[in-house]
Design a binder for this molecule. Structure first.
Ligand code: FAD
Length: 443
């Protein structure tokens, strides 16, 4: 029986473990946390349809609720854009601990094994093939290592250069986040229960204040690290406009990182496949990664199953990358350019875009099925495009920036379109170089 090791209990890794165990593989997940202690003390939002793709049932009805519509505020707080997403397309909100409990119990039912309190330290390689992992509990060998160790995976970082997997996350490609639930300081009815503030106080980043029944959820996200003093100062800033945000920390209160960039340029090498945050599978402009990790798990499990010889070489695993990019990755690479463009706008420019109808509520109606720029643009009519163009043309500096973004997006789309369908080292190395050049083109 082929032995598969999942390094780290990331969502995609557990989902892949579940599918592969159900298909008769010997699968072991090595996770550094103790049993029942995975994840963070907060809720997450994700597309429930992704559970069906990993052959898992919906969680019990009392474990989730539907997400609130978000209201986006530009830096000057003059214009608020409220999402308008039909109820049936909404994502669900669940405690992260319940998401983990759900997927782990299903994976275990299918025969996947979990080793907890087991820190993964490095890959074990033989030439350019990954043959196992070094862990705090000893070396573990397998036919395939699935890397689900998150953004800073020691497996990915330890791969020899000849594997061609680039572990550098890159500047402005990770979001430093402080998230905490505070007591509810006011029972006043709140109109916009889920406020998302862009570049509040002129700082590059976002914040949200979500008023829930039992607490108020605060998230502060920046492109550079910050400390608790700064988080507390910013929390006070939000308190002035949100009386429901109290000062008693009731849950969370951690600093974490989210990748917000194009997917990894090479997801596989001999004996190795990356998934989830390790492979940067989040939607780059909003940082959601759970559903995409599930979808990727299905693609990976199908690719592994199709390799009936059990070679798990770069050649046979490459199909996972091709399918991932076709379904999600190419769209995310373009959204990574949009995210980069947002970091270049000044707060005044963002206000102008919001105040003058260049960015509208329809553009912000990002839902569970938004995976590329066309989904975002699809809500616009001919007239709304005309308004956008007229307003942008009036501001030559802004127009120049937007034209540059358009050029970069075309370059990235052209690069993803020519990804080799079959693996050969020369063609894949050439493609990776082209893709990375297109993505790093200066704006
Ligand atoms: C504040 C915040 C809010 C978010 N909200 C949402 C949301 O609402 N919806 C959504 O879809 N996504 C959200 N995300 C993103 C989401 O968490 C990830 O995209 C998703 O979990 C996929 O990442 P992952 O599971 O692969 O990686 P991770 O979540 O980083 O999991 C990696 C796992 O590997 C383990 N691990 C790491 N290193 C080692 C090691 N050396 N040895 C052993 N084990 C190791 C970790 O303990 C962890 O269990 C949010 C992220 C943050 C930080």
């Amino acid at each position: 029986m082929k032995k598969i090791i999942v390094a780290g209990g990331g969502h995609g890794g557990i989902a892949a473990a579940s599918l592969l165990a159900s298909r008769g593989y010997d699968v072991t997940v090595c996770e550094k946390n103790s049993a029942g202690k995975l994840g963070y003390d907060w809720t997450d939002i994700f597309d429930p349809k992704s559970l069906a793709e990993i052959e898992m049932p919906m969680p019990a009805a009392d474990k989730y609720e539907y997400k609130e519509h978000m209201t986006f505020y530009a830096p000057g707080f003059h214009t608020a854009l409220r999402q308008d997403i039909p109820q049936k397309k909404l994502e669900i909100k669940m405690e992260r601990s319940d998401i983990y409990a759900h997927i782990i119990s299903n994976a275990e039912k299918n025969g996947a094994k979990f080793i907890y309190d087991c820190e993964v330290l490095a890959p074990i390689t033989a030439g350019d093939r990954v043959v196992g992992i070094k862990t705090s509990r000893g070396d573990v060998y397998g036919d395939l290592v699935i890397d689900a160790c998150g953004i800073d995976s020691p497996v990915k970082r330890g791969l020899p250069k000849m594997c061609g997997v680039n572990p550098e996350v890159g500047k402005n490609n990770q979001f430093y986040v402080y998230r905490a639930f505070y007591n509810k300081a006011s029972d006043e009815e709140v109109k916009d229960k889920y406020k998302v503030c862009l570049f509040a106080e002129g700082k590059l980043g976002i914040g949200w204040v979500a008023t829930e029944a039992a607490h108020t959820d605060l998230l502060i996200g920046r492109f550079a690290p910050f400390d608790l003093d700064e988080a507390n100062r910013t929390a006070n800033y939000y308190r002035s406009g949100n009386p429901s945000l109290g000062t008693d920390l009731v849950r969370g209160g951690q600093f974490v990182k989210i990748p917000v960039r194009q997917p990894l340029s090479k997801l596989v090498c001999h004996g190795y496949a990356a998934i989830g945050d390790c492979a940067y599978m989040t939607v780059p402009i909003i940082g959601s990664g759970i559903a995409n990790s599930f979808r990727a798990a299905r693609l990976l499990a199908d690719t592994v199953t199709a390799d009936t010889d059990g070679a798990y070489s770069a050649e046979t695993l490459w199909d996972y990358q091709v399918k991932y990019y076709k379904r999600l990755g190419s769209g995310f690479a373009v959204l990574a350019c949009v995210k980069e463009a947002l970091t270049l706008f000044t707060p005044d420019e963002l206000d102008y875009l919001f105040d003058n109808g260049v960015i509208t509520a329809k553009d912000m109606s990002i839902d569970a099925d938004t995976t590329n720029i066309f989904d975002i643009m699809s809500g616009n009519t001919f007239d709304s495009y005309k308004t956008k163009v007229v307003k942008v043309v009036k501001d030559p500096k802004l127009l120049k920036k937007i034209l540059k973004v358009g050029r970069k997006i075309s370059g990235v789309m052209a690069a993803t379109a020519v990804m080799p369908r079959q693996y050969s080292k020369t063609s894949v190395d050439g493609w990776v170089a082209r893709y990375e050049r297109a993505i790093s083109a200066e704006l």
